[in-house]
Design a protein around this ligand. Structure first.
Ligand SMILES: *Cc1c(COP(=O)(O)O)cnc(C)c1O
Length: 713
């Protein structure tokens, strides 16, 4: 063997090892060059396995990989991606190192019941999970001391399909940890680390899987171990699965189990972040630890409060878990024994009035009483939350209720499509991912030397066409289940030139999925204008027990098949991260019409700015803070009638009026070159204004500065 050859051999094994390491780090979810490599290795497996690099590395044999790496063009791409990855991982000069060094020694422990990282790891139900994942990704980008805690749901969140009656059907598939970037958490001698907790189901033994999110670790708790009985193994089977007894035990496991897991691993956080009330039992465990070490209840509570912070995510009453105290005492009876005489006080932490035996136990109240800082997720939501929870601070004026706000964001790079990634990379240069959250970068979008109107309009065409082709393909698969001939041929669906409006999110009633169709004749008349047509792409899952949500979906599908809108209205099954990415990038307009003020923030509309999609939204949540009159469209104003029926009527009217008077005329106002100049100006303004503000880098920085760092330092 020649020296050269063996050298080449070592080189390829270094690259192969690099590709394996990268497949097991979610950094690839925010780097399109990395994804392109795995796709190139096996385009079919890439699509078939929901874009999962771990599957690709199983699919492609070491021999094939070695041969493929002999192609110098491919090899150079691999080398370049691995270099970017290594330099990201080893970068010491991060924002966190400079501004939050204290957290490097004792990290933030972030607890969330769901994480929506990617379509290949479907363990989130909706926006809360997307936000948690984006939070962790930006914590990595910033170089924070950060560790995430969650649950590993063996069957994930359900896959949605639609049956003959247009009714949602839920199906679950088993997730195989060996085919996901999940590493078993082991001790120094290589044994699985396990911890335990006694609940009504008996003694629960659990383990954890480590997920590498760039530089930060995330641990997912799993009870599916052979030593557990079947009900215990099933405890973490589904996202928010089962009845309230299962739910309360999942939450006990997340909060208490999460703290125990951290202790077992030797991690000593300085801050515990309860992301939504689901995680609030962690405060119980911190109290128990302190009291076991000899503190009184009062001292332990004061010390626990120093460590905990809390984010509330919804003004919706049903969004705040409340459990009967009987159920709680049953589920946690063994655990509660540790508190001996303080049991009443411990339960009282979940009640506004601790001495009211009839009051249910509320997770939000527990979180508010045990956290030193609490926040809502937009300015309006902060205000609504202060009013909602004022009974907890009877001596204070509403403005002095200690609940602030930090407006949500999105992890912009994670929402790129290959097309958009190339568009920005060509302009930002090779290091553009490092600038993707910066005001300086986005400010250039208002400068036609950065890209011309023609180039931007071409980007819009490509993204719209890709979405339409995605829809045609999905609709073909959806309709095939019912046999041929029942639906329009999918190549006749949708028009690549037409103004395309998207709506994709959970089918919760307050989000009013069908508001646009309240006056069907009026919207049909607008949509069917031969010169200025509009079309609609809808998607969303209803919670399995939410029949009202399922009826909304049913209505949309019915209209898409049996109304004049047929052919220009489609419903895509199984809204997930992949469908969301296709929709928010391809739609010209992203519609958001929740019943104000119930959308605490909303994040889906933030994902569109980098793609040149414009928001059309009621003045709720984030959009109230973002809308400036020229960067998108507003439905209604900064007020709402208290009668919901009146609000629906007004908002529906306003929506139609804005469409007819602003959106459609602006989109179709073309100059001699065929370009909608005013529309393009709005896109530039949206990019420059929204890009740098509504991202999770800005958001996590705010968490660090306002909340995570101890007040004294
Ligand atoms: C962004 C996103 C959401 C959140 O949408 P909202 O409009 O904020 O409710 C929900 N689900 C998925 C899959 C998303 O990507």
């Amino acid at each position: 063997m020649s020296l050269n050859h063996s050298n080449g051999h070592t080189q390829t094994s270094v690259l192969t090892a690099g590709l394996n390491r990268l497949a097991r780090n979610l950094w690839w979810t925010w780097n399109q060059d990395a994804q392109a490599i795995y796709e190139e290795l096996s385009p079919h497996a890439w699509r078939y396995f929901q874009h999962n690099p771990v599957e690709i590395m199983h699919e492609v044999s070491p021999t094939e990989l070695r041969v493929r790496l002999q192609d110098s063009v491919f090899e150079a791409k691999v080398r370049s991606v691995l270099e970017s990855f290594e330099s990201y991982m080893s970068d010491e000069r991060t924002w966190g190192a400079a501004n939050a060094a204290a957290l490097r020694d004792r990290p933030v422990a972030y607890f969330s019941a769901e994480y929506g990282f990617h379509e290949s790891l479907p363990i989130a139900a909706g926006g809360l999970g997307i936000l948690s994942a984006d939070h962790a990704k930006s914590a990595s980008d910033l170089g924070l001391g950060f560790v995430g805690i969650g649950l590993f749901y063996r069957e994930g969140y359900f896959r949605q399909s639609i049956n003959h009656e247009n009714w949602q059907i839920e199906a679950n598939a088993l997730l195989d940890p060996r085919r996901l970037p999940l590493d078993p958490v082991l001790d120094e001698s290589g044994n699985t680390i396990i911890a335990s907790l006694s609940l009504a189901l008996g003694s629960i033994t659990f383990r954890a899987w480590r997920l590498n999110v760039g530089r930060v670790p995330l641990y997912l708790i799993d009870t599916d171990l052979p030593e557990n009985d079947t009900p215990v193994r099933d405890l973490t089977r589904h996202v928010y699965g089962g009845d309230s007894s299962n739910r309360i035990m999942q939450e006990l496991l997340l909060g208490i189990g999460g703290v125990r897991l951290l202790r077992t691993m030797g991690i000593d956080p300085s801050v515990f972040h309860m992301n939504e009330g689901h995680a609030a039992f962690l405060a119980w465990e911190l109290l128990r630890e302190k009291m076991a070490a000899g503190m009184t209840f009062e001292d332990a509570l004061a010390a626990t409060r120093e460590e905990c912070v809390f984010t509330t995510h919804t003004p919706l009453d049903a969004g705040h878990d409340r459990f009967g105290v009987d159920l709680l005492e049953y589920a946690a009876s063994k655990y509660l024994k540790a508190f001996k005489q303080c049991r009443k006080q411990i339960i009282g932490l979940g009640r506004v009035n601790p001495s009211d035996d009839k009051e249910t136990f509320c997770m939000t109240v527990l979180a508010l009483k045990t956290a030193r800082a609490a926040n809502g997720v937009s300015e309006l939501h902060g205000r609504v939350s202060r009013s909602m929870w004022r009974a907890l601070w009877p001596d204070r004026a509403e403005d002095d209720i200690p609940i602030g706000h930090i407006t949500n964001g999105v992890h912009l790079l994670s929402w790129m499509t290959p097309t958009t990634w190339r568009f920005w990379k060509r302009r930002g240069g090779d290091d553009w991912p490092g600038q993707a959250d910066s005001p300086e970068f986005w400010a250039k979008a208002e400068n036609s030397a950065f890209f011309s109107d023609e180039e931007l309009w071409a980007l819009r065409y490509v993204l719209r066409r890709k979405l339409i082709e995605f829809c045609r393909h999905r609709l073909y698969i959806q309709s095939r289940r019912f046999g041929p001939g029942e639906y329009l041929p999918s190549d006749m669906l949708l028009d690549p030139e037409a103004l395309t409006i998207g709506f994709g999110r959970r089918a919760a009633a307050y989000k009013r999925m069908t508001l646009l169709f309240r006056d069907l004749d009026a919207i049909v008349e607008l949509a069917k204008d031969a010169q200025r047509p509009i079309q609609f792409i809808f998607s969303g899952k209803a919670h399995p027990r939410d029949d009202e949500g399922k009826r909304l979906i049913q209505k949309i599908i019915h209209l898409s098949e049996h109304s004049p809108l047929s052919g220009s209205l489609v419903f895509l099954e199984n809204f997930d991260v992949e469908v969301a990415r296709a929709m928010i990038s391809g739609c010209d307009v992203w519609l958001n019409n929740p019943r104000r003020p119930l959308e605490a923030s909303g994040t889906s509309g933030m994902k569109g700015a980098a793609h040149g999609s414009l928001n059309l939204s009621v003045m709720d949540g984030w959009w109230r803070e973002a809308y400036d009159g020229n960067n998108g469209f507003a439905i209604g104003d900064d007020s709402n009638p208290s009668d919901p029926e009146e609000q629906d009527r007004l908002d529906a009217e306003n929506l139609l009026r804005v469409l007819a008077e602003e959106v459609i005329p602006t989109f179709y106002d073309r100059d001699s070159a065929g370009l909608p100049r005013h529309w393009i100006r709005m896109i530039r303004r949206a990019m420059a204004g929204l890009g740098p503000r509504f991202n999770t880098r800005r958001m996590v920085q705010e968490y660090v500065e306002k909340i995570y760092l101890p007040r004294s330092s």
